[in-house]
Design a protein around this ligand. Sequence first.
Ligand SMILES: Cc1ncc(COP(=O)(O)O)c(C=O)c1O
Length: 88
Amino acid sequence: MFVDSEPRSWNMDPALLEQALTDRIHRGTRPKAVIAVHLYGQPADMDAIIEICARHEVPLIEDAAESLGATLRAALQDTDIRVEPVMR
Ligand SMILES: Cc1ncc(COP(=O)(O)O)c(C=O)c1O
């Protein structure tokens, strides 16, 4: 499934992600993973996306190919794709 973007960063909209996960889980089809992508050097809203994925117990994969040199809360983004397990 695809989750539409939000206008600030053009990346995944956390509110629409919440809706999509809630809907799928309600229907008994929990997604295997969420892939968040940072586009054009603009980091996605990772605080919200990590929280939503953790709460719904869906693994999060972060594609940082386009976030080379980008910062989020002054922390450097990785320069390659990384897999970040966020399940508790
Ligand atoms: C968001 C994103 N992920 C991954 C890649 C790497 O893709 P590939 O390995 O096919 O070159 C790119 C390349 O432009 C990209 O923009």
